[in-house]
Structures are given as C-alpha cells and as structure tokens.
Write a protein that binds this ligand. Structure first.
Ligand SMILES: [Zn+2]
Length: 241
C-alpha cells in the first residue's frame, strides 16, 4: 500500500501547499482521505478522479472538506463518470448540496455521489481495502480511520485530541498518519510529543506527523520516540518499507 500526501496545510492552503488530502493506493485502487481546500488540483496531478474507489471525509472543517465543491463540479461536468462512494459525517451531503445547488430543491449530491455516513465502528469496503472508522475527540463530529488490505494497515487520526479511540485507530499500524495540530497540550488536537507517545504505546511501525501549524516548532520528542517522519505535499510512503 502506498500513502501519498497531497497536502497537509492548516487552517488554509498556502502556495503549493494544499490542506489535508491523503491518497492511499494499491496497484488497482485509490482512496482519498479528506478533501481539504486546494486538494482537488493536487489530486489531478496523480490520478483521474474516475479511478477513485472511495472518498472518506474525517470531519467538516474546511481544511478537511473544503474542496468537496471542486470534486462535485468535476463530477457534474464528467459525462458517464462513476458514482463514487463518498463517506463523511452525517449531513455532509446536505451541507455540500446547499453550497452547490441553486435552490436546494434538487439533491444534486445524491445524483453524482454514492452518499454514505460514517459511524463509530462502521466499516466500508472499497476495492481490496477495508476502511474502519472510529469517532475521535474533536470540536465537531470527527472520525479517524484504519485502511487495511488484509496484510498492511495505514491509520489516520483525522483531527483529534488524545482519546482511547485514537489509540485503537493507531494500534499496530504500519503507517500512522497522526495530526500534531497544537504546540501545547490541548483538548482537540495532539502535540508532536503526544503523537510520539501514542505511536510507541500503539506499537506503530512508522509515525508520520501531519497537520502541523506553519509556525509550530518541530521539537525532537523527550523520552522514547517512534520511527517518524513529517508529512509534506508530494511525500510518499510504502507500508512495506
Ligand atoms: Zn478540525
């Protein structure tokens, strides 16, 4: 399995630096985890969106879903395109529909996407991948996810402060993409130090710190650290590494 970072800027995109968007791929299938502001253009650099097996949205903050209107506009303007499964927190589709439809009378989103809602403990199959979602701890309904092909697992925190569900998301993952959105311990985000402690506790093979504010210092963690990297646009990791 390959993880490709399309972007990880927060809370808004910067030049050549989209917000949250991560492509998980096999030779056959592609899953897009989050579609934050400016992600759609970065996606086009790598794949035809028609080849997406699923889109999974962690939560409805714009740095994680702000380019859904771009994905929708692509679908609306692609003749005979596939009805891609898109899974997100409840009401994601109504909010997108309110944004892109003229009068909100027609359910445009249901016409172009296979609308699905995430649930704590719920799973979704996409190609050879299984996506298992967990409700994590953030200021709005937010999910973390484990994407597995039966052999390897890529885990993604979404946005979350420390919580038991996040430990379960990370458990024994080959790659653990964990947000480090706060410089100081906070309720709704992790620090890099907390992400390292979690990665050690959960026995992850490689931690990839992401969603780091532009002004955040990247300090080497105190105490035991996990094998780790820092996400950047264009960064790629393989689970077999
Ligand atoms: Zn958020």
């Amino acid at each position: 399995m390959k993880l490709r970072v399309l972007g990880c800027s927060t809370p808004y995109p910067r030049p050549q630096f989209p917000c949250s968007g991560y492509l998980v791929s096999s030779t056959e299938n592609h899953i897009l985890l989050d579609c934050g502001s400016a992600v759609f253009g970065a996606l086009l650099e790598h794949i035809d969106p028609s080849s997406l097996s699923a889109v999974w949205i962690s939560h409805m903050h714009p740095d994680h879903c702000g380019d859904l209107p771009a994905l929708a506009n692509w679908a609306l303007n692609t003749a005979n395109g596939p009805r891609i499964p898109v899974a997100g927190p409840e009401t994601w589709d109504a909010r997108l529909n309110a944004f892109i439809s003229n009068d909100n009378k027609a359910d445009v989103v249901a016409d172009i996407f296979d609308v699905q809602y995430l649930q704590d403990g719920g799973t979704l199959s996409a190609g050879e991948f299984n996506l298992a979602s967990r409700l994590v701890h953030h200021s709005v309904a937010t999910y973390g996810v484990r994407v597995s092909d039966g052999t390897h697992t890529i885990a993604y925190s979404g946005d979350s402060g420390p919580c038991a569900a996040l430990d379960e998301v990370a458990d024994n993952a080959d790659l653990f993409l964990c947000e480090a959105g706060s410089n100081e311990p906070a309720e709704y985000h992790m620090t890099a130090q907390q992400a390292h402690e979690l990665a050690v506790r959960a026995n992850t093979r490689r931690l990839i710190l992401t969603h780091i504010p532009a002004d955040a210092p990247v300090n080497k963690p105190a105490g035991q650290s996990a094998p780790s990297d820092i996400a950047y646009p264009g960064g790629e990791w393989l689970t077999s590494e």
